[in-house]
Write a protein that binds this ligand. Sequence first.
Ligand code: M6R
Length: 368
Amino acid sequence: EKGGWSSFMAKEISEEPDAVANTILGRVHEGEVVLPELAGLDTMLSDIDRVIIIACGTASYSGLLGKYAIEKWARIPVEVELSHEFRYREPVLTPRTLVVSISQSGETMDTLMAVKYAIANGARTLSICNTQGATIARESDAVVYTHAGPEVAVASTKAFVAQITALYLFGLHLARVRGELAHADGAKSIAELQAIPKKIEQVLKSAPEITQLAKWMSDTRAVLFLGRHVGYPIALEGALKLKELAYIHAEGFAAGELKHGPIALIEPGQPVFVVVPSPRDPNSLHAKVVSNIQEIRARGARILAIAEEGDVAVLPFADEVIRIPLAAPLFEPLLTVIPLQLFAMELATAKGLDVDQPRNLAKSVTVE
Ligand code: M6R
């Protein structure tokens, strides 16, 4: 039941701190990730030479974040592919390929068929799934469950943050098994992850501000989302949420791609959400994104920045700044996605739409 919330989506967003905490629960011991469900698979995990992540929709964006984390920590090539594309292009699979499927429902037909294809073609399979005993989990060699609890609203929210959490746990486990990560570095990342639930609670406090913003923007016809590095999958997710809930044309771009085409879309008044990397980022992506903001601002864009607390560099150029607590770069998406979920929900609400049951969509897509 909705338990006092206006919608299941609102309730599920409020449960995001628990979704992350419960997915970590019982899986950390003395600064190391412990995944009993993968016991006995160390030899296989040491032998694989490639990971292919398959998923659809929101789950595929968690997959992109999984790629960034797994490659960084475990130093193994990772590709991410939409399940329905993967299966029909004769992908190269060997017994040393690990195909990781991600699915909240565990029943998405496109992903299930892709997993079956991977098995039939000799790959090893692991699934990340939120539903105990689901078909995809049963078909796979192994499963790492997310513990987000049942997700009822069609738009995925708490399952997404739980998927990122599970992928990061798996990445740390894989890195250790393969001898790629020093104990101290792994322990530091685990501590970062364990600190996330409290930080999400912090972000949730900006909800009234976002409700206001959504009300002002209720007649907006198009919204763009920009992000770079781990902010890029979040830009894609922000756009998907807005499309599915508020029926507004929305597109997410990698900020570096702007000058390769999308900047032509910018006209006076165009709202653009920008996921701003931390100014402490070692790759200096912050400066690059701030300069992207200046470029589009000069062409009249209305900038809605999601930026770290204390980042003053964005202030002169942003029309609105939504603050997130400090986190290491890989962990920022678990925070930056929250305002975008809230925004899509509030804009749909402001338009009088049903946020739990958007038109034309089903919670679980069980046909190809
Ligand atoms: O159950 P799954 O995680 O396999 O579902 C995948 C997508 O259908 C799902 O994430 C969809 O994109 C959501 N409606 C997004 O909010």
